[in-house]
Write a protein that binds this ligand. Structure first.
Ligand SMILES: [Fe+2]
Ligand SMILES: [Fe+2]
Length: 134
C-alpha cells in the first residue's frame, strides 16, 4: 500500500494537465490519510468533496481541449471519465456510511484506476497533442 501511494502519475507532456494530475493525486493522498486517521469525519468529507469538484473540472477541461483539437478518441475518453466519476460517487456513499476498511480499499482501487488512465488514455492524448503542435 505504501508503494502505491507514492507512485507518481506519468507525465503526458502538457504542463497544465500534468499539474492537475499531481493535484488529483495529492487530494487522494490526503483523503487516504484522513480516512486512516479515523475519528472526526468532517475533514475526510471535505477532502472528498474537493476531489470530486476538482476532478469534474479537470475532466471537463481535458474534454474541451480534446474537442478543440478534434481528437478522434474523444468519445471513448469521455466514457472513461464518466465511469470514473460514477465510481467516485459510489465511494462517497460507502465513506458516508462509515465503512472505513472498504473505503480505504476502494480509494486504493480508485488511485490505481486513475494512474492507469493517465498512463494510457491521457498519455495517448498527450502524444496526439505533441504531434499536432510540431
Ligand atoms: Fe487526466
Ligand atoms: Fe482523461
Amino acid at each position: 500500500m505504501h508503494d502505491i501511494l507514492h507512485t507518481e502519475p506519468v507525465r503526458i507532456g502538457d504542463k497544465t494537465i500534468d499539474a492537475e494530475h499531481d493535484l488529483q493525486m495529492q487530494l487522494l493522498d490526503s483523503l487516504s490519510q484522513a480516512l486512516a486517521k479515523g475519528g472526526d469525519f468532517a475533514p475526510t468529507r471535505h477532502i472528498l468533496e474537493q476531489f470530486i469538484e476538482f476532478s469534474d473540472m479537470h475532466f471537463l477541461s481535458e474534454q474541451l481541449i480534446m474537442r478543440l483539437n478534434a481528437y478522434p478518441a474523444y468519445e471513448a475518453h469521455l466514457e472513461e471519465h464518466t465511469r470514473l466519476m460514477k465510481k467516485v460517487r459510489d465511494i462517497r456513499e460507502t465513506i458516508i456510511h462509515g465503512e472505513n476498511v472498504s473505503s480505504l480499499q476502494l480509494l486504493l482501487e480508485l488511485r490505481n484506476w486513475l494512474l492507469h488512465h493517465i498512463a494510457t488514455e491521457d498519455a495517448a492524448f498527450g502524444e496526439f497533442l505533441s504531434k499536432k503542435e510540431t
